[in-house]
Design a protein around this ligand. Sequence first.
Ligand code: PEP
Ligand code: MN
Length: 364
Amino acid sequence: MTTDKKYHSWLQELSGENPLIIAGPCSAETEQQVLETAQGVKNAGGHILRAGIWKPRTRPGNFEGVGAIGLKWLQKAKAETGLLTATEVANPNHVELALQHDIDLLWIGARTSVNPFAVQEIANAMQGIDKIVLVKNPVNPDLALWMGALERIEKAGIVKLGAIHRGFSSYKKMPYRNEPLWQLPIDLKTQFPNLPIINDPSHISGKSENVFDIAQTAIQLKFDGLMVETHIDPTNAWSDARQQITPESLENLIENLVIPNDKVFNPDLLKSLKILRKEIDDLDVELVQLLKNRQQKTEEIARLKFKENIAIYQKERWLDILQKAIKNAQENHINQKFIEQLFRSLHQESLKTQHQVFKDLFEK
Ligand code: PEP
Ligand code: MN
């Protein structure tokens, strides 16, 4: 993907320096619901009205969207409020119908962006159109797949391009509906520095009460905007009822978001930042040195194990290390989960190192 393009210009035209707000119901249900929500989104300060017309549902038998009639409701909402409109497209027919109804923003959903064939068909149908196109991350945490989908759309000549981070599904029971795995959208930003990235806190949190926290985190991480599912009557929504918020809550959310200030000129603050950053850099050097020392110890241990033909993996020892690390974390008031993850990763690396030592000794 060419990185010199100014993908941000469409976004700045709509929201200036503020986060872009795309809001609206998970699904269009009735004309009245769409029109009332649109009014609420407009009053709250939103820029674009979203509504799903064709709904990809995990299991059959659930509400699968009102279909093309909903596009007419979106057109009417646009005429009444002046908001731009957005909907999800999952095949060329959806693209064609959305274009016929003058929808301004088309997004590709997480269940579609996993499939290069489907994305390519959609890209072909979009050839040369002057609409905003956003690509949600695939349901699985695969950065290349997300980038590939974006590249297919870009190759169709779309210049008003962007990505939506909606989190990644997991088999484990998690506090989130979809794990955010923030490093992935950050990596996408590094790969495509000019590409706007919108965060979807609704599909990440899965719960209306957690939408704000995710949204705030995204803004701190310099996301360019938010897509927030908003419904006039969330409890009775026909899809994703648990995660939708009212237009009033949306207004609160927008008002309470703390936008980081990048233009820091205060010389004292800049000086303190510089000192602290230098201290962190020094600590990082020490950390790597410590890890190197630790690795050398595991190599020595591996040589002893090899001599006596002892298995590399020692369950008791590993559980002992983990337990000590967790206790240490507790005593030092440092996040236990983080320490646990770190030690799992250290242990994995230690096993790898020991295998390598065994291999080298075998070959001697
Ligand atoms: C949606 O936005 O309503 C939707 C279906 O989202 P996702 O593709 O992220 O699951
Ligand atoms: Mn939804």
